[in-house]
Design a protein around this ligand. Structure first.
Ligand code: F6P
Length: 321
């Protein structure tokens, strides 16, 4: 009987998850494994919602956003009872190993499974790019391009009306996406959880921008910094009534066709995940570090804090004069 590998997508979806599913399924089957897809994230696991993935069931999905398996947030998996049930189900399924595709919640669940003797490989997928042990998460490049394209459009209307815009970018706890969007879209400022915003300085800069003949000023505002609407109102008041508009990019950043870069990363990491299991290795998070495929123990990835690139913030400020 073929050994079974389970695969699950969990947490917020990210473009490129399908490309990982395709890589895991195709390479897994090539090596002689049976691939069990766990549907609807950890909720599906607790509900025994499984399908067998075949070479053909992953056809035509490399170019699709979302996830063929569906996903979800699952509070039950964070409870002792929920986790015990999940472990019982995984053991009953008799999986040789399990590949978990997702963000920080998936990593935390993976860590607990590992401590219960289940062979786990985590594949980092999140538009937030906030996972340690990889320079880039799957889906990040696609979200970055989506947001930059949106801001390019906002810039057109902002310039035509001589307006200031606060554009809210996704990122629950971190400003990694906001910083890169800010650089790539030529934003004047960023507001991120990692740096305390000096509002008086920002107001001064906005006023100076007008004096220097700037026809538009865009502030990339990370979701994790609170209400972008309240922030815009504050700016309006403090600038003495300058016109400030808000645009929240929202969930469009999570959808859409994955970029070629995302697809390549997803294919490489999916392939690596299966390869590691085949070599008898597990309890690892796979990633890309300095351009090379890498892996780190899941428990290490959880402990570390991803470094925010302050130098890049300086670059943004120096270039937005
Ligand atoms: O983790 C990815 C992410 O899109 C965050 O940027 C955002 O804060 C969160 O998920 C939204 O989650 P949900 O889909 O549960 O609303």
């Amino acid at each position: 009987m073929a050994k079974k590998i389970g695969v699950i997508t969990s947490g917020g979806d990210a473009p490129g998850m399908n490309a990982v599913l395709r890589a895991v399924t195709r390479y897994g089957i090539f090596l002689g494994y049976q691939i069990i897809g766990i549907r609807r994230g950890f909720k599906g696991l607790l509900d025994n919602d499984f399908i067998t993935l075949t070479l053909r069931s992953v056809s035509g999905i490399i170019n699709l956003g979302g996830t063929l398996l569906h996903t979800g947030r699952c509070s039950a998996i964070k409870t002792v009872l929920g986790m015990e049930k999940a472990i019982r189900i995984i053991k009953k399924l008799n999986l040789y190993g399990m590949i978990i595709i997702g963000g920080d919640g998936s990593l935390a669940a993976g860590d607990v499974f590992v401590r219960h003797g289940i062979r786990i490989i985590n594949v980092p997928a999140s538009i937030d790019n906030d996972i340690c042990g990889t320079d880039e998460t799957i889906g990040y490049d696609t979200a970055l391009n989506t947001a930059v394209e949106a801001i390019d459009k906002i810039r057109d209307t902002a310039t035509s009306h001589d307006r200031i815009f606060v554009v809210e970018i996704m990122g629950r706890d971190h400003g990694f996406l906001t910083l890169d969007v800010g650089i790539a879209a030529g934003c004047e400022f960023i507001v991120v959880p990692e740096i305390k915003t000096d509002i008086q300085k920002l107001i001064e800069e906005l006023r100076m921008g007008k004096e220097k003949g700037k026809t538009s000023e865009i502030i990339a505002f990370a979701e994790g910094c609170g209400s972008s609407v309240k922030f815009a109102e504050k700016i309006k008041i403090l600038t003495g009534g300058l016109e400030v508009k808000v645009s929240t990019l929202g969930y469009i950043q999570r959808g859409g066709r994955p970029t070629a870069r995302t697809r390549i990363l997803a294919s490489k990491l999916g392939h690596t995940a299966v390869n590691l299991l085949e070599q008898g290795k597990c309890n690892l998070l796979v990633g890309i570090t300095d351009g090379k495929i890498s892996s780190v123990p899941i428990c290490e990835a959880i402990k570390q804090k991803k470094k925010f690139d302050i130098e890049l913030v300086k670059v943004l400020m120096n270039l937005s004069v």
